[in-house]
Design a protein around this ligand. Structure first.
Ligand code: SF4
Ligand code: SF4
Length: 412
């Protein structure tokens, strides 16, 4: 597609990046077929092609309106369109740039500003979120539906192993996961301990940066990323740890992008690049141990399990088949549902900001998951897990909890 970017952006790093992405798009429209918001709303401007066109106009100097902002807000950033696009258009980076430019030019209504400020200030700060989450559970019946959904009872973490191992990896505690599901990292630590790896949580690391970055407060998001790099660097620089393990695929996708997002920051570029290269989703670590897990777990889980692959795993990190591979090696009957490529509607803060679309996508996803006949649903991202759990009585857990539970009776 031909472009003619406006003076305010064309000679900036963002402008050059956006220009290259826009030029790669040939407007074929293949991406519309797999876009969840186009499937729900049926409006071309709520499809990737339509949004690309809107962003092109804005970057070429057309003044955006509240309507432009709304069409960009409604995007889940699920990146299904990137997977589908035959021309390799990096839509995710373009929408980050487009949203930031529109945010600077369009004033949001007051209620929207208040809601977004609350989310940006509370979610990334564990010290604020944890007590707020507990207080919210006490008054859950009085809260609006979109918030009530997020307040599922937290599962108990259980013990964190104390053994030392020569092999060590760092885990990210994250922002909301320690309050909502402390058992996920504890289960990961127990499973890795059994396999001869010591998992360490750096005490000062916090939110991966995705919350604020994707809510158009990009400088605050980058600050969260620098904060984590500072917290991890002593472990990395001294060679104590061989990898950073991510148990939430949304965080993993963001940390793998640190190198790119901080490439123009002289003080952090090299560190960010190294951190990104060392980052692995948990499903990239465990295949090395499939034989051992299989031997210990064989026959322990008899019921069928359905796996919901988060968008940040399958479209963002392009990791497909690895979770299923580990679970199958463990003798578990794991199945993917129909339309497994489609977003469940969680998408970070999206389910709070756009509850109608989020609930429609959730219910469609749950219908497909339940049609498999599975007795348990597993996923790989805290956001998807709590969003799906809010719509079903079938247990929805992280897949590592399933492995941990099955191993609980085995000798560790
Ligand atoms: S983003 Fe890709 S699939 Fe979508 S219209 Fe452009 S080239 Fe076609
Ligand atoms: S990221 Fe997802 S919701 Fe957004 S345009 Fe692409 S496919 Fe549609």
């Amino acid at each position: 597609m031909q472009t003619n970017l406006a003076d305010f952006i064309k000679d900036t790093p963002e402008g050059r990046e956006a220009d290259a992405i826009l030029r790669a798009c040939v407007h074929c429209g293949f991406c519309t077929a797999t876009c969840p918001t186009y499937q729900v709303l049926g409006d071309e401007l709520d499809s990737p092609r339509g949004r690309i066109y809107l962003m092109k106009q804005v970057l070429e100097g057309v003044e955006p309106t509240r309507k432009t902002q709304l069409h960009l807000d409604r995007c889940l950033t699920c990146l299904n369109c990137e997977t589908t696009c035959p021309s390799g258009v990096r839509y995710g980076r373009l929408v980050d740039i487009g949203r930031r430019v529109v945010e600077e030019r369009v004033k949001r209504p007051l209620d929207d500003r208040v809601k977004r400020t609350m989310l940006k200030e509370f979610l990334p700060r564990g010290e604020l979120f944890k007590p707020a989450f507990k207080a919210g559970q006490l008054v859950r019946p009085l809260l609006p539906y979109s918030l009530r959904d997020k307040l599922q009872p937290a599962r108990r973490a259980g013990p964190w192993p104390q053994r030392e191992h020569a092999r060590k990896m760092l885990a990210l505690a994250g922002c909301v996961q320690p309050a909502m599901a402390p058992d996920i990292n504890a289960a990961t630590a127990r499973v890795l301990d059994m396999l001869g790896i010591q998992l360490i949580e750096a005490p000062k690391a916090g939110c991966c940066g995705a919350v604020r970055f994707h809510m158009n407060d990009q400088e605050a998001g980058l600050q969260d990323m620098r904060h984590n790099i500072d917290a991890w660097w002593p472990y990395v620089e001294s060679g104590q740890v061989e990898a950073l393990v991510m148990t939430a695929s949304g965080c993993g996708f963001t940390v793998k992008e640190y190198g790119h997002l901080l490439a123009h920051d002289q003080a952090y570029a090299a560190k960010a690049e190294r951190i990104s290269k060392m980052t692995r989703d948990l499903s990239e670590i465990l295949p090395e141990f499939e034989g051992e897990i299989g031997a210990r777990m064989a026959g322990r889980i008899k019921e069928r399990v359905a796996f919901h692959p988060p968008c940040t795993l399958q479209h963002g990190q392009k990791i497909r088949g690895k979770v299923e591979g580990v679970l199958r090696a463990a003798g578990i009957d794991v199945v993917l549902p129909a339309e497994s490529h489609l977003c469940c509607g969680s998408a970070g803060t999206y389910s709070v900001l756009h509850p109608e679309i989020a609930h429609e996508l959730r219910d469609r996803k749950l219908a497909n998951l339940e049609a498999t006949g599975a007795k348990e649903i597993v996923s790989a991202n805290i956001g998807c897990i709590s969003h799906l759990q809010s719509g079903t009585a079938t247990p929805v857990t992280h897949w590592i909890e399933l492995v941990d539970r099955a191993l609980a009776g085995a000798a560790r």
